[in-house]
Design a protein around this ligand. Structure first.
Ligand SMILES: [Zn+2]
Length: 53
């Protein structure tokens, strides 16, 4: 587990994010940082949409 502090500083999750915003954030996040895996509802939504992680 490694936190990419700079990435997080520059990529804040929006307030009250929509599901699309959360998916977008997590896809960008997983490429840049290892602090948190994609899981649960977000992972389900990504799979439902046939998006690649
Ligand atoms: Zn992170």
């Amino acid at each position: 587990m490694k936190l990419n502090v700079d990435w997080h500083k520059n990529n804040k999750m929006p307030k009250n994010p929509s599901i699309d915003e959360r998916i977008k954030w997590h896809l960008a996040h997983v490429k840049n940082c290892e602090c948190r895996p994609i899981e649960g509802k977000i992972l389900e939504e990504i799979n439902k949409r046939g998006m690649k992680i």
